[in-house]
Design a protein around this ligand. Structure first.
Ligand code: FRU
Length: 464
């Protein structure tokens, strides 16, 4: 079994990809850099790949932007656009001698060519686990860099006026589950729906480590709080799940997004089994881009995610076998229907079931079947998320080859999963516990396979 390529999600033509790095809107395009192995489709030789898009759905891949060097891999980081249009990339220099430190490179041509600073690394604490710098512009002036002390489960903060000299302002953590490393932090100021208020939110990824590591694997979280004197604080210190699926990790937002929106991309992968995902010659894909915001429910603020959906043509519901590149919209009368099930079944003996249970107030997604069992012992199974508003009878399910994203509660409840439904047609059926028939609208996505990205074949020049 080889998983089909996604069509409207960012995935490299060939070779390994993990975290998004250096997301920036510049020169009228969305640029995404990402953890990339220029030499193979396993993790290693970490470098920054590069792609750009006019609309976040059609991606063109470009030559490698920052390449690993003898003794130094280029780990995750971020990009900010200065007032004169110069881009500054901050990345982790992961030295073979065991030290991780933060370095800088600059570009004056919208990210197509880069010059590494002669003074690198720019911040070195002598730490082996200091990584993933995210630089953000602070309202009122200046810049803030967040990075993790991964093993200590801390986010450390540095301030700068010129992107060259940095002074430490403090740290956040440790808190939440133990037995994990913290990775890929981001700090965003999100609008609260229906108000003019904006509130600081910390995004954070955690990955289980140790002999007895949690088989659930990698996960993303968010914390609502405030930024005071260059350090994030949270009164409740609550790490809440950002996505309840198995495959949403290392998500960060774009710098300089139009309208100041917080547009996030995440890696759709899980370190628990990422290395054995059966796709070739590429391995790794990003989530749909999602605009982040906050919704107030009672006393609490909750993260909401609005996906950028691809254009689609509505199909006749009497032809419920679709190519695995579609947007499926399910609606029903929640008072009359009871539990609603959406079932997707692919040729590769794999089934995905999405179950909306208003009595239990849960939304669950399960992946079962021989193809799911074969991928990895911890791959098959069910994930369940609490529903904030079980009285909303609506689900949006996006499928793009091996990528499945489920949005419920009007963007408040999200589950993202890799799936093994195969490259052939997928059958779609929805049923309810009562005689109510849910209305299913299937939209076939209009975006075709990008040129030069055959499943197997000659090397694509972009990633050579
Ligand atoms: C997260 C991560 C980062 C690191 C990168 C290396 O997935 O482990 O902490 O910078 O991947 O590829």
């Amino acid at each position: 079994m080889s998983l089909p390529r996604p069509r409207f999600h960012l995935a490299p033509a060939r070779n390994w990809m993990n975290d998004p790095n250096g997301l920036v809107f510049t020169g009228d395009r969305w640029h995404a850099f990402f953890q990339f192995n220029p030499e193979g489709n396993d993790w290693g030789n970490m470098s920054w790949g590069h792609a750009s898009s006019p609309d976040l759905l059609h991606w063109d891949e470009h030559p490698v932007a920052l390449r690993h060097r003898p003794g130094e891999q280029i780990y995750s980081g971020s990009i900010v656009a200065g007032d004169d249009g110069t881009l500054s990339a901050f990345y982790t220099s992961a030295y073979d001698r065991g030290i991780q430190a933060q370095s800088r490179a600059t570009s004056v041509d919208d990210g197509f060519s880069w010059t590494m600073d002669a003074a690198n690394p720019v911040i070195d604490r002598g730490s082996a686990d200091f990584r993933d710098p995210k630089v953000v512009r602070v309202p009122g002036g200046g810049w803030l860099m967040l990075a993790v002390e991964a093993v200590e489960r801390r986010v450390v903060f540095y301030a700068s006026d010129d992107l060259s000299t940095w002074r430490e302002t403090g740290s956040f953590g440790p808190l939440g589950p133990e037995g994990v490393v913290w990775e890929c932090p981001d700090l965003v100021r999100l609008p609260v729906e229906g108000t003019t208020e904006r509130v600081w939110v910390l995004l954070l990824s955690t990955n289980p480590v140790g002999d007895d590591a949690d088989p659930a694997g990698s996960a993303m979280h968010y914390v609502v709080g405030d930024l005071v004197d260059g350090v994030f604080h949270s009164p409740d210190g609550d790490l809440r799940p950002l996505d309840h699926g198995r495959d949403c990790y290392a998500g960060v937002t774009f710098d300089s997004a139009p309208g100041g929106s917080a547009m996030m991309l995440a890696w759709m992968g899980n370190w628990r089994y990422a290395r054995v995902v059966p796709s070739s010659p590429w391995r790794g894909a990003m989530s749909l881009p999602r605009t982040l915001g906050l919704r107030r429910i009672g006393d609490a603020l909750h993260l909401v995610q609005g996906p950028v959906l691809p254009p689609s043509d509505e199909l006749d519901a009497s032809a419920p076998r679709i190519a695995p590149h579609a947007v499926i919209d399910v609606r029903w009368d929640p008072a009359a229907a009871g539990t609603v099930r959406l079932r997707l079944h692919g040729d590769d003996d794999a089934t995905v079931e999405v179950v909306h249970d208003p009595a239990a107030r849960t939304l669950s997604v399960s992946r079962t079947g021989r193809a799911a069992d074969a991928l990895h012992p911890d791959f098959a199974g069910m994930r369940s998320a609490p529903l904030a508003d079980p009285a909303t009878g609506a689900l949006t399910v996006v499928i793009d080859g091996p990528l499945l994203e489920v949005f419920a509660d009007d963007g408040l409840t999200v589950l993202s999963h890799l799936v093994t439904l195969g490259a052939g047609p997928v059958s779609v059926s929805a049923s309810a516990a009562t005689s109510v028939v849910p209305a299913v609208r299937v939209g076939a996505v209009r975006i075709g396979a990008p040129a030069g990205t055959a499943q197997e074949g000659p090397a694509a020049p972009a990633a050579a």
